[in-house]
Design a binder for this molecule. Structure first.
Ligand code: GDG
Length: 488
């Protein structure tokens, strides 16, 4: 329904992200649009629909620039809009995309930002493709942008883009959000000098630059100072003609969606099925196949728990779901095979015909099964060795309308800064994980509830809608500050 209140920004919102907000599926000669239900899509929608004070007018669709998996010929003559979004596909050749997305993004920036410098590959062809691809996104933005439009650029695939837009459209407001950890300077400085300067300057084309945590903000500000000579005062960088705000905006989830799911019939069936078919204590984990997620470390911690605590044998089921991801890359295939072997070994060493210690699935789960598992589990075991935020832990907490369950959370996840009532562990320390599992199993219900209540309240207070609102409030405040300075 159209929001009739006067919006805060008069222009349109243009989102630029690697992925489009819907999948385009060709059926016969028509392209069908299947909108993603992911966090960013619903967060962005709330900017026009759900806010008490709308930030953008709902009379205009949100413009979304993203990479198209389809060719221009396949999309010719097709409408790429629905009620909410108008998509503007960016076409990137396979060769460029390979060096850009698989290469620069996933073989260099991802491992470097997740503290795996030994996996980072510094290929010039990657950087060349990164520049070409950012330019293709820029061309599309330049084609559609109008005076007053606000552009919000997302993530590490598009770090050069804010400055490209700034150079040509100095009056438009630009935001940038980084979804993965920004690394300490000792890691960031491993990038060739010209690349790291282009990255810092590229990001600083934005007016507001957001990260998940204060640590990432500090690391970025240090890089801005040491790489490009920009100092800051209380997170404001003063350029000759404008001010930039760098701040933390811890991304969140739709609390009510997960909380309300508890009573949905399909979720209740999934929960009851899990409880009836598994052992008396259930541990659950779900993540994409990635070395940053600490899957092997989790298995070693669980193995240590089984070694230490024979009294829990035959009484626990660990349901571990790994969602296929990037499995054409050799490192990921190797990791998958290590996981397969470790699971096999633990099940063979400890299991018997009545008991399988780990129930392992290599596939994604439908939403109702996922929440069914969240709400059936005594423990969510979340052990990334590095994670920008980690939404799974927030979803687990929000789903627990019954106020029970224990979250075991790695101190290396951005979320640990907000969820101090979890059992916080070091994922590299097997004994720490093993001890936390034992503590969780023995934790009285009253204590579980006390911890859950505190975490649930915090996520409710700062849900994904508060996140977007916070970001755009900062954009508006900065605009007012510019106004003030212009008048001085
Ligand atoms: C990046 C950063 C940051 C997962 N498996 C299934 C499934 N999921 C959903 C979860 C959750 C999402 O995917 C995963 O989010 P995470 O935050 O945990 O991880 P990344 O994909 O690595 O995201 C991360 C995030 O960006 C946001 O800024 O938090 O640190 O790495 O929503 O529910 N959903 C369903 N079935 C599955 O099998 N239905």
């Amino acid at each position: 329904m159209e929001n009739t209140k006067q919006p805060l920004h008069s222009g349109r919102l243009i989102i630029v992200a690697y992925r489009l907000p819907f999948k385009l599926i060709r059926e016969n000669d028509e392209v069908q649009l299947f909108q993603n239900s992911g966090g960013l899509v619903s967060a962005v929608l709330s900017l026009v629909n759900d806010q008490k004070e709308p930030i953008f007018s709902s009379a205009e669709r949100i413009q979304w620039v993203g990479f198209s998996e389809n060719t221009p010929e396949e999309l010719e003559g097709q409408s790429l809009e629905n009620d909410d979004f108008q998509a503007h596909p960016v076409f990137i050749s396979d060769e460029v995309n390979e060096n850009y997305y698989e290469g620069f993004c996933n073989n260099l920036i991802w491992p470097l930002c997740h503290y795996f410098p030994s996996l980072a590959r510094f290929e010039e062809a990657y950087y060349d493709a990164y520049k070409v691809a950012n330019r293709l996104f820029y061309d599309k933005v330049a084609e559609i942008i109008q005076p007053g439009d606000v552009v919000w650029v997302q993530d590490y695939q598009l770090m050069l883009l804010p400055d490209m837009i700034r150079q040509r459209f100095p009056e438009n407001k630009i935001g940038f959000f980084f979804h993965i950890p920004f690394p300490s300077f000792e890691l960031f400085r491993l990038l060739p000098v010209a690349w790291r300067k282009a990255i810092v300057d590229g990001i600083l084309g934005a007016d507001v630059v957001g990260f998940h945590t204060n640590d990432y903000v500090e690391y970025f500000l240090k890089a801005a100072r040491l790489v490009s000579g920009y100092g800051n005062k209380l997170h404001y960088i003063n350029m000759s003609n404008r001010i930039i705000k760098v701040d933390s905006f811890p991304i969140s989830i739709d609390f009510h969606k997960f909380n309300d799911a508890f009573e949905e019939p399909e979720v209740a069936v999934a929960r009851n099925d899990a409880r009836n078919s598994l052992k008396e204590k259930i541990i659950f984990s779900v993540d994409r196949l990635d070395y940053s997620k600490g899957i092997i470390h989790r298995l070693r911690g669980y193995q240590r728990f089984l070694e230490n605590c024979p009294e829990w044998h035959e009484k626990v089921s660990f349901v571990m779901v790994v969602v296929p991801s990037r499995d054409t890359i050799e490192q990921y295939q190797q990791m998958k095979s290590d996981i397969d072997q470790t699971v096999g070994r633990i099940n063979a060493d400890y299991g018997n015909i009545y008991w399988q210690p780990i129930i392992y699935q290599y596939r994604s789960m439908p939403y109702h099964e996922l929440v069914g598992m969240y709400t059936a589990s005594d423990v969510a075991l979340i052990t990334p060795v590095r994670d920008g935020m980690n939404l799974v832990c927030k979803e687990y907490v929000a789903s627990r309308k019954d106020r029970q369950g224990v979250l075991i959370l790695s101190e290396m996840a951005g979320a640990a800064a907000e969820l101090g009532e979890a059992l916080i562990i070091n994922p590299l320390d097997q004994q720490d994980i093993a001890d936390a599992i034992k503590t969780a199993f023995e934790m009285p219900i009253e204590e579980q509830t006390k911890r859950m209540d505190a975490m649930r309240e915090r996520i409710l207070d700062y849900d994904v809608f508060a996140w977007t609102n916070d970001f755009f409030t900062q954009m508006t405040m900065l605009e007012l500050e510019h106004e003030r300075l212009r008048q001085v």
